[in-house]
Design a protein around this ligand. Structure first.
Ligand SMILES: Cc1cc2nc3c(=O)[nH]c(=O)nc-3n(C[C@H](O)[C@H](O)[C@H](O)COP(=O)(O)O)c2cc1C
Length: 157
């Protein structure tokens, strides 16, 4: 079964880690690009009325994704990466999970953050998939992590 790295990264930090995982694990790579890109104003977490603040305060928000993966059935393991937003995954990750059938597949979460851990990210993502998905608790990866560190983590899984 093929491996896939799918990631969302409006400011590029998670993208860098996703590329290392893809190279290290020999996985295909897919960027989750929003239909409407996030501007720096959208990402302003100190503004309660910014797009990201509004979306994250409405757990039912499902920002649209620009493109679909046509061959998801070929993948057995999906490394799913995102920035931590308000201690969880951005709701566009729920959009992604609700866009495909992940039955029987393994999903390994990874994230970058300004310092916090995975928090309750998994709890908020699980309901977007059916019960047969095998979740790997995953890891917040420091943006300065090198290939060797990431390779060691992948080996552990
Ligand atoms: C709306 C928003 C909320 C965030 N919330 C958190 C948080 O709760 N904890 C944290 O450590 N970092 C938080 N951050 C920082 C990001 O997780 C961090 O900068 C991340 O590496 C960005 O990844 P990217 O470059 O792939 O977008 C937040 C950033 C944004 C834009």
């Amino acid at each position: 079964m093929k491996k896939l790295v799918a990631y969302f990264s409006p400011t590029g930090t998670t993208k860098h880690i996703a590329e290392i995982i893809s190279q290290t694990a020999g996985a295909d790579i897919f960027e989750i690009i929003p239909e409407i890109p996030y501007t720096s104003e959208d990402l302003e977490w100190t503004d309660k009325k910014s797009r990201s603040s509004m979306e994250m305060s409405d757990k039912k928000s499902r920002p649209a994704i620009k493109e679909r993966i046509s061959n998801m059935e070929e993948y057995g393991i999906i490394f799913l990466g995102f920035p931590i937003w308000w201690h969880i995954a951005p709701t566009i990750i729920n959009t992604f999970l609700e866009s495909y059938d992940f039955s029987g597949k393994t999903i390994v979460l990874f994230a970058t953050s300004g310092g916090s851990g995975m928090g309750k990210a998994l709890d908020y993502l699980k309901p977007s998939c059916d019960g047969s998905v095998k979740w790997e608790a995953g890891k917040v990866i420091r943006s300065t992590s090198d290939k060797a560190e990431i390779a060691a983590w992948i080996k552990e899984i």
